[in-house]
Design a protein around this ligand. Structure first.
Ligand code: SF4
Ligand code: SF4
Ligand code: FES
Length: 319
C-alpha cells in the first residue's frame, strides 16, 4: 500500500506502522521514538514523542484524523497522507510532550553519563522551552544499585518500559518492572533483587535516557572524548560483535552496535545483543580483534571531529 509522508510517497506492506514507513524513507521525515524499539516486540505507545498528523486517513476514507496519533502504533492505510516535519500542530504537540517529559526531570546533563547520546537531550534541544512552568516540587528518588553492574537513577527515567521488555524477552526471569501508577510510578526490582542474568546489561543499551547506567563506566569520561571502534571476539554466549569506546589504548566502555535510531543492529539476521561478560569483563584489548573505527550514524556530538570513514565502508559523511 502507498502512503505519503511529508510529501514523499513510499510503498509498504499492509500492517506497517507509520513510523516504520517513515524509516523506510529515512532522514528528517522520521519521527523521534523514545519507547518503541523495533527489536523488542510489544514496545511503543508510551512516550508520545512520535506523534504525527494524519491529514487523510486513506483513499477509501480521506477524512483527516482529528487528533495527532502515535506513529509507532498506528498502521498505515492505502492512500494515507501523513505530516511530520511539515505540520505546525506536530511541532507544537511534540513541544508539549517534551515539556511533560521534563516536568520531573533533573537538570543533570552536565553530570549524566547519557549526555551526548541522549534522546531526551536531543528533543529538549529541538523542542524544549527555556523556562519551566512547573511550580510543584519535583519527585525525587535515591539512586539504586541493580546488581553490581547497573545503577538506576529513577529521577531520569521516562517510564518507556524498554528495559522491562529486555528483561521479559531476553532473560529467563524478570525481577523488575514498573510499580505503582501515575505520579508514583517507578522502575523497581521488588526489594532490590539483583538482576544477575547474562543479558541484563542490554537494559543499559536500550534506555533512551541516563536512568540505567553502566557502573564500570560511570563518570569515567564524556562519550565524545572516546573513540568508538568496532571489534569482535569469539564468544560462546553472544555474537561478540561490539563497539569498544577507547581512550588511547584503554577500553573505557563496551556496548552493542547501534544504528541511527539508537537500536542494536541486526547482524546475520539476528539482533546483536551482547552478553554481560563481553560488556563488563573484557576491558583488555588483547581479548578483542579490532575491525576499525565505528561511524556513529545518529545525529550526535560524538561524531564531532571524529572519523568520516569506516575501513569497511565507502567514504560516508557523518550526519
Ligand atoms: S537523561 Fe538525558 S536529558 Fe536527562 S540528564 Fe541525562 S543527558 Fe540530560
Ligand atoms: S529505566 Fe530507562 S529503559 Fe527503563 S523504563 Fe526508565 S527510561 Fe525506560
Ligand atoms: S515511540 Fe511512539 S509512543 Fe513512544
Amino acid at each position: 500500500m502507498k502512503v505519503t509522508i511529508d510529501d514523499i510517497e513510499v510503498e509498504v506492506e499492509a500492517g506497517t506502522s507509520i513510523l516504520n514507513a517513515a524509516r523506510k524513507i529515512g532522514g528528517e521525515v522520521v519521527p523521534p521514538a523514545m519507547c518503541y524499539y523495533s527489536k523488542l516486540p510489544g514496545t511503543g505507545g508510551k512516550c508520545r514523542t512520535c506523534l504525527v498528523e494524519v491529514a487523510a486517513g486513506s483513499t477509501a476514507d480521506p477524512r483527516p484524523m482529528p487528533k495527532l496519533v502515535a506513529s509507532c502504533s498506528t498502521p498505515v492505510m492505502d492512500g494515507m497522507i501523513v505530516k511530520n516535519k511539515t505540520s505546525q500542530r506536530v511541532h507544537e504537540g511534540r513541544s508539549a510532550v517534551v515539556e511533560f517529559l521534563l516536568i520531573n526531570h533533573p537538570l543533570d546533563c552536565p553530570v549524566c553519563d547519557q549526555a551526548g547520546e541522549c534522546n531526551l537531550q536531543d528533543l529538549g534541544y529541538e523542542h524544549g522551552s527555556v523556562k519551566t512552568r512547573y511550580e510543584e516540587e519535583r519527585r525525587t528518588f535515591d539512586p539504586i544499585d541493580i546488581g553490581d553492574k547497573i545503577k538506576l537513577h529513577m529521577n531520569r527515567c521516562i517510564l518507556c518500559y524498554r528495559c522491562v521488555e529486555v528483561a521479559n524477552q531476553l532473560t529467563e526471569k524478570r525481577v523488575h518492572g514498573v510499580m505503582h501508577r501515575g505520579e508514583h510510578a517507578e522502575i523497581s526490582t521488588y526489594i532490590e533483587h539483583a538482576i544477575d542474568n547474562e543479558f541484563s546489561g542490554n537494559m543499559i543499551d536500550v534506555c533512551p535516557v541516563g536512568a540505567l547506567t553502566d557502573r564500570t563506566f560511570r563518570f569515567k569520561s564524556r562519550v565524545w572524548f572516546l573513540k568508538p571502534m568496532e571489534a569482535e571476539c569469539d564468544c560462546t554466549k553472544c555474537a561478540g560483535k561490539v563497539v569498544l569506546w577507547m581512550f588511547g589504548k584503554e577500553i573505557y566502555r563496551v556496548t552493542g552496535r547501534k544504528d541511527q535510531y539508537g537500536e542494536i543492529e541486526t547482524i546475520d539476521n539476528k539482533t546483536a545483543w551482547i552478553c554481560n561478560e563481553c560488556r563488563y569483563d573484557k576491558k583488555d584489548l588483547a581479548k578483542w580483534k579490532v575491525i576499525g573505527p565505528r561511524v556513529i550514524d545518529r545525529h550526535s556530538v560524538i561524531s564531532q571531529g571524529k572519523y568520516e570513514t569506516s575501513i569497511n565502508s565507502p567514504i560516508k559523511k557523518i550526519n
